[in-house]
Design a protein around this ligand. Sequence first.
Ligand code: PMV
Length: 318
Amino acid sequence: MIKSSAPSNIALIKYMGKSQVSGNRPTNSSLSFTLNHLRTEVEIKESSQTDEVRVSKEGPFPLSLSEKGKKRFLDFFSYLKAEFSLPGFYELTSSNNFPSDCGLASSASSFAALTQASYDLALNLGTLDIELSCEELASISQKGSGSSCRSFFHPFSLWSSSGGASAVDLGIADLVHSALIFENQKKQVSSSEAHIRVLASDLFLGRVERAESRLKLLIESLRSGEWERSYEICWQEFWDMHALFETSSPPFGYLNAQAVEALKSIRRFWQENKEGPIVTMDAGPNVHLLFREDQKNLREKLLAQLKSEILSFEVIHS
Ligand code: PMV
C-alpha cells in the first residue's frame, strides 16, 4: 500500500485555452503559487479483479466524486500504469485536507497526488529502473490535468507554453494565503469546458500576447519587490479571464454578488491604504488573497473590513 499527497496551486497568470486538447497543451504560459496547506492524498492498494476508485468517507472532509470524475481519474490511472509498468489491479482512495464542497477542490492536487502515488508505487515494486525528476513527473501529470503540472514545485511554478513546468525563483520564500469562500455549489461549467468555450470569445484575439506580456512584467515586479505593480498585473489578469468567460459563446460566468462586493471593498482598501494583498480568482466565485509575511496586521484589518461589509463568508487560511 502506498500513500502520497500533493498540494493545490493558484494561478496568478492563468492557463485558459488549450492549443491541443489531448495532452493539455496550453495556449499561453502560466505562473502559480503553490498552496501547500490545501492537499489531496491518494492511497493505492492492490485489488483482485479491476481498478476502482473510492473517495474517503473518513476524516473531517468526506469527498464526493461524480461518475464522470471517477472515470477521468481511472482513465488517467490506466495511462500511469502503462507509463510506470505497474502490473495487476488497484483500489485508489482519495481524500482532501480541506472541505471539498467549498469550491476549492481542484483537479490540480488530485491528479498530481495520483501521479506521485503511482510513481512511488512503481519505485516500491521496482517496475521502474530510473528515477524521474520533478519536471518529468510534472509533464506526465499534465496529461491528466493541465494545472496539476504546477503542483510539483514551490513556492512558485512557471509552466511555459513551449516547454513544461518548473520552479521559478522570484526571491520570495513564502506568502500567506486566505481564500474567501462565498459559495459551495458545484460549478455549472467545468474548467475543461471553459478551456474550449473561451476560444469563441472575440476577446480571445490577443489573449496569448496579453498573458505572455503580463507574465514577464509580473516576474520582474515580484523579483524587484514592486508589490503594488504585482497586485495591478494580477488584478488585470483575473478580470481578463473572467471577461473571456462572459464573452464566450455561449457566455457563462462564476462571479456572484458577494464576490463582486468583496472585490470592490478590496479595491477601496488598496486605494485608501496604498497597501493590500495580491488578489485573484479562479474559475469559481471564491476570492484568493496573497499577503506578504510582514502584512499580518494588514490582513486582520482587511478581513475585519470585509466581515463588517459582507453578510456571510468563510475564510480558509494557510
Ligand atoms: O487544469 P484545469 O483543466 O482544471 O484548468 C485550470 C484552469 C484555471 O484554474 C481556471 C486556471 C489555472 O491556470 O489554474
